[in-house]
Write a new protein. Structure first.
Lengths: 482, 458
């Protein structure tokens, strides 16, 4: 453990977050929304404390960041992001309570999109933009952003990158990690701007277009409207957002390959194929389920089904219809989507498609071995053999995910939540989705959850965003042993 | 520069590490998932799992925009085919292949033929090692010998003895009467600061047990060594332990040079085969770690013992054994770089490493432009670079003190018309001079930057 390095880097991160408060501050001046003072104060405090950490730690010349330090920096960095991200809410008085403000900030950075604010439309513009910006920064990852900007990290950057994006299949797009991070952020920015343009073309105002794009690409799900996308009740916006949610749920290295000329990559990549098939099948099932009594036209049924399935499976969490009123079959499909999640290497959360595919294949391999006890088989993904190490790490992940889910929902139930609210609130936060069912359903929010429950869910959001291992390794006594 | 390296074995891994630390874009290909994992965990390079001979994998690595391909696997054939396919995918690529089989190395024109394989450069670690062992035998007092300016200038590594008149003194205090001593780099080997590399200035001092790198003309080598209290003795008896590829090659060189040499090898069949090809060298079948055998062959009288079996731990023990029995000097083959800093502490004086030899040879080739020679110094944290000063560069025709040279870099020597000049503040470099520059590894990008603009080397 090298505390000097850990605090030094966390200091840099905090400073960055302070700098990121500049755009909301600018907007606040522009709209004269009376929160410029509180944003300026938050920015000053954040930058100052970041700089303080940096100045008071010594530069470690010959020591390289190792994997242990990387894990600590990433977890600590995300925790601190939750705290400093809460400052604008606290100072502006929009969310006066510390727990609630932290919940909103963590929900933002982890791209969950669970909110404690009831009347969103009454918020000042500066705060609204900060809320969306936390999602946009958290989506591609604050650490990845700093790796892209800071050239001096080198191999240390690798350790951080792996801790923040612990995908089971490592995919480095460029020889250097900083270059890879830059490419990812460029693609992310490009797709975001494209979405802004399309939303503008449909008649959404500039401010709302940016906010919604900032919350779609990271699969976040904050909206500037109380009723989320249902506010507009526009098929055009719904479908634009469906397309961009699915794009956000696809591995960004595939976007890179698409942009560098491989036009058929979405069909070629086996994980992407399965992901798109799952989305398609679920949309079909939900469409058939809700067509008839609820929605008389097939187009209406398809529109709401497509929106809600894509929104939940990519872990975005936008809402265009009150799915609490849907039949239980559709609701359970949505609950299933919460667990499945998007592709690895995307901005989405959940268990991730690649893990599901590999677990299914591995399970089938076990069945196959019962039939042919002497058969030699390998689990393959896209024609490449997958090693036993990767498989056991995936099963470990699955166990931890489900184990933590059970512990957390028991905790929520002990705080007095009904079982569907307890289950769905935990599933929706550990999978970084946002709205769940019951008291945290699409038409309501997380305000009613008791304080202790909010901290349980905060932990769930961080665990989910950093894919469990990165956070949980810090709790292992072995980690602290010299 | 984008460089593709085929093979993440010892040589490939190491070169990748060096190059990525120097901010080059490095892509590594290896078939072994374990190696790929090791690379991905430790280096900031892009790693591909697959065969370096697969056109698909090579295309995936973005060979189209690559500048160089280094084929460093253990298999000569894989290296050759990889270069051949790479040539077809990108005709402008510079291809460097590591080849071990002498059948290939002896037919270089065939390999280098532009119309066929079109390999630009062949690296043969074995022959590099044999050459460096030969150089060490020529100058027995030195721990390391590196040739510059076609061998007319030598860079020698010398261990400073406690009794040496220079031990414990600052470089500034050396007087003209003691002779011109040019110290380019100092490596501390004391147990409390192992492997610390210093690119010295006048205020730095030489301590006992340091490894000091000196620049000297070939003719003045004896005098310089004498200053350090090292007396030359003629080379008469050599014992080689281990008849692997390097051992055999070395034996053949010694055979031709008619130096009394014995080679000890465990494998009886190999011994028989070897003795058929040698006329002067005595081939002995036996275990090199066997003390009785060594005594029987009068190891105590040997001028040199070269321990180059495939097992490096045995090599170390054999050398220690030989030292104990009175051998004047030992040369030990050690591949693991992590062992190098420990060697002088346990009393092993001279170490050769195939990995270091290959890395050195490849790095020398990679430095583009007017860099003539590159030598990583022991422990690898510093390099000696030989470069030619160009007419157009900024460092010529003005006194050195007016040039901003980064810390950790010194111009160690200027070689002009068969004369070595030790540069001082008022020395003026003129175009055509050969410069020998010492630089710490982390200063290389800065040095390159300095040289890019001003020297047009890069």
């Amino acid at each position: 453990m090298n505390f000097q390095i850990i605090f030094r880097f966390t200091g840099i991160l905090i400073f960055f977050l302070g700098v990121a408060m500049a755009p909301p501050l600018g907007v606040s001046f522009l709209y004269k929304d009376n929160c410029a003072k509180s944003l300026l104060l938050s920015m000053a405090i954040t930058c100052f404390s970041g700089a303080l950490l940096f100045v008071f730690t010594k530069k470690q010349k010959d020591k390289q960041l190792n994997h242990r330090d990387g894990v600590a920096i990433v977890t600590l960095g995300w925790l601190m992001a939750g705290v400093v991200g809460a400052l604008p809410y606290l100072f502006s008085g929009t969310i006066p309570d510390f727990t609630n403000a932290c919940f909103e900030a963590i929900s933002g950075f982890t791209t969950t999109g669970a909110s404690v604010i009831t009347d969103i439309e009454s918020l000042p513009e500066g705060i609204l933009l900060w809320r969306s910006l936390t999602q946009w920064l958290g989506g591609m990852g604050i650490i990845v952003l700093s790796i892209a900007i800071l050239p001096f990290l080198g191999i240390g950057g690798m350790q951080l990158y792996k801790a923040e994006i612990p995908s089971p299949v490592v995919d480095k797009l460029k020889p250097r990690i900083s270059e890879t991070a830059r490419v990812l952020w460029k693609i992310y920015l490009l797709i975001t701007l494209l979405q802004v343009a399309l939303l503008l073309a449909g008649g959404m105002n500039l401010f709302d277009s940016f906010n919604h794009a900032f919350c779609t690409m990271p699969t976040g799900g904050f909206s500037t409207k109380n009723t989320s996308l249902a506010h507009y009740n526009s098929a055009y916006f719904d479908f634009v957002i469906v397309i961009f949610m699915i794009l956000a749920g696809i591995n960004f290295s595939l976007h890179y390959k698409l942009l560098t000329g491989d036009l058929k990559i979405f069909g070629k990549d086996s994980e992407c194929r399965v992901f798109l098939i799952i989305v398609g099948v679920f949309i079909l099932l939900v469409t058939l389920d809700i067509y008839g009594e609820l929605y008389s036209s097939l187009f209406q049924a398809f529109r709401y089904a497509a929106f809600q399935v894509s929104s939940i499976i990519t872990t975005t969490g936008f809402v265009s219809a009150d799915y609490e009123k849907w039949p239980h079959f559709s609701q359970l499909i949505l609950l299933t989507c919460m667990f499945l999640g998007a592709m690895a290497g995307s901005t989405g959360g959940g268990i991730k498609t690649v893990r599901v595919i590999l677990m299914v294949k591995h399970s089938y391999q076990q069945i196959f071995r019962i039939i042919h006890p002497h058969a030699v088989t390998t689990v393959k993904l896209g024609g490449q053999a997958v090693s036993e190490d990767v498989l056991s790490s995936i099963w470990g992940f699955f166990f931890l995910y489900m184990g933590l889910f059970v512990i957390a929902f028991l905790a929520m139930a002990s705080l007095g939540l009904d079982y569907i609210s307890a289950i769905s609130s935990v599933a929706a936060t550990i999978g970084n989705i946002g709205p769940g069912l019951g008291i945290v359903g699409p038409a309501r929010n997380y305000l009613e959850i008791p304080t202790a429950g909010k901290w349980v869910l905060n932990a769930c959001m961080l665990l989910g965003r950093l894919e469990i291992y990165t956070v949980i390794v810090l709790l292992a006594p072995e980690y602290w042993r010299k | 520069m984008k460089i593709i390296i085929v093979g993440a074995g010892e040589v490939g891994f190491h070169i990748a590490q060096r190059l990525s630390e120097e901010n080059q874009d490095v892509v590594l290909i290896d078939q072994n998932p374990e190696q790929i994992k090791r690379v991905a965990d430790n280096l900031d390079v892009q790693a591909f799992l697959g065969s370096g001979t697969s056109p698909r994998i090579l295309k995936d690595t973005g060979i189209g925009e690559a500048d160089m391909l280094l084929a460093t696997t253990d298999s000569d054939e894989v290296n050759l085919i990889s270069c051949l396919i790479a040539k077809n995918l990108n005709p402008y690529l510079i291809k460097v292949a590591r080849l071990r089989n002498e059948e290939y190395v002896n037919e270089l024109p065939l390999i280098l033929d532009k119309d066929h394989l079109g390999i630009d450069h062949v690296i043969n670690p074995q022959s590099e090692m044999v050459r460096s062992i030969r150089r060490l035998m020529e100058i027995p007092g030195a721990a390391e010998v590196i040739d510059f300016v076609e061998g007319r200038v030598k860079l020698i590594g010398v261990l400073v003895d406690k009794k040496s008149p220079f031990a414990g003194r600052k470089l500034l205090s050396f007087t003209k009467a003691e002779g011109d001593i040019l110290v380019g780099a100092i490596i501390r080997t004391r147990p409390n600061l192992p492997g610390q590399v210093i690119i010295p200035h006048g205020n730095d001092s030489i301590l006992a047990d340091d490894l000091v790198y000196l620049v000297a003309r070939r003719q003045e080598l004896d005098q310089t060594l004498a200053l350090f209290g090292i007396k030359e003795k003629s080379l008469r008896r050599v014992i080689i332990i281990g008849a692997g590829q390097t051992g055999q090659a070395l034996a053949r060189v010694m055979d031709r040079a008619r130096i009394g040499t014995k080679i000890i090898e465990k494998d009886e069949a190999l011994c028989a085969q070897l003795s058929a090809g040698l006329s002067n060298v005595i081939v002995i079948n036996g275990d090199g770690t066997d003390k009785e055998l060594l005594e029987e062959e009068h190891i105590g009288n040997a001028d040199f013992l070269v321990a180059i079996t495939g097992d490096e731990e045995s090599n170390i023990l054999i050398s220690l054994l030989a030292k104990g029995l009175g051998t004047r000097k030992t040369i030990t083959r050690v591949s693991k770089l992590s062992y190098l800093p420990l060697m002088s502490a346990i009393g092993i004086d001279t170490v050769v490493s195939p990995r270091l030899a290959a890395v050195r040879a490849i790095l020398q080739y990679i430095r583009p432009g007017k860099i003539l020679s590159v030598a990583p110094l022991k422990g690898e944290h510093a390099e000696a670079i030989e470069a030619e000063a160009l007419e157009t560069s900024d460092i010529v025709n003005k006194p050195l003190h007016k040039i901003k040279i980064p810390k950790g870099v010194i111009i160690g020597a200027i070689f002009r018309e068969n004369e070595i000049i030790i540069p001082r503040g008022d020395t003026v470099i003129i175009p055509g001079d050969r410069l020998i520059i010492f630089a710490l590894q982390q200063m290389l990008p800065k040095l390159e930057k300095l040289l890019t603009v001003k020297l047009e080397y890069f």
